[in-house]
Write a protein that binds this ligand. Sequence first.
Ligand code: ZN
Length: 374
Amino acid sequence: MAKVITRTRALGSPGKYIQGRGEIKSLGAYLSGLGKRPLILIDPFLYEDLRGVLLEQLKEDGFETAFLEFSGEISENEIKRVTTVAKQEKCNAVVGIGGGKTIDTGKAVANNIGSPVVVVPTAASTDAPCSALSVIYTDEGVYSKVIRFGRNPDLVLVDTDIVSKAPVRLLVSGMGDALATFFEARANQDSDSANYIGTGFRRSLSGMALSRLCYDILLAQGVKAKAAVERNACTDAVEDIIEANTLLSGLGFENCGCAAAHGIHDGLTALEETHHLYHGEKVAFGTVCQLVMENRPIEEINEVLSFCRSVGLPTMLKDLRLENASKEDLMKVAKKSIAEDSTIHAEPFEVSDKMVYDAMVTADSLAKIFADAA
Ligand SMILES: [Zn+2]
């Protein structure tokens, strides 16, 4: 990870962030300053419903709209397909509505046609919506690369009626992703690493404060939010957690940087057994490993373990279906975690594969001790 070579600090963010119940119905009002010919890309499972709602409404508001159903995979081919339609239809704005892959495709297409982009996440499962990057896969769904754009979305619009009706596991996974934000920001602060704004600047005080707030909100509102969403209810606690997962975690990671928790997440993908897990579930386990590696106080580790158990995030190897993994398997994870471009190298010390392995098995043991004492 590049060490900071500048004293210049920077904070990046989406142009606007709007979150509330039924807000999708106001899309026209928010789009009016951005482009009168939007291309609207929608997830397959919401396509018919949302197209019906938006078509009439945007027509009334004087927009000429092109609708497109997302193919399901964010590949070079899919980005090319959507870009071609956007050019044919002379679109001057892109709206991506759906999960992370739909949103990231919208960002890439807007970048290709040089237009503003509006992001409408339909779940609070990761902190990607606010960021200026897209994760690209092959047509077969294998991770390919990250593309960084010069600008963040012009607007992130979150309709909490939609998000609170998404499966509860998505919200919990988003909490796992958000759980890492403060601890990774702190590691970047300790190593004085560059953030992900532009070519990399020093983190700002604001970025650090937002990361800390993200963690505090999880502890205070996580259980209440999960309880509500399990019943498809949207309470203030749900609103708080959606903001923490989407905005606070998004601003936190982009402005302060990722570290070992995400590096170990990437490492875990080396094993087939973890492929059923969501991004944030693996990140949550990686967070505990990071704290072990940093030799943080047991009180802090137990606070994180307690939170994970309270909302149902994995803390033990068996929760990751790795109870039968051999030492060799876990070393595969450890080796992948320390790949050259891994965010693990933002830690304030040199990290070896052996250290990652030791942290993983120790985290597993600490989780068992904590569970037995509970
Ligand atoms: Zn993440």
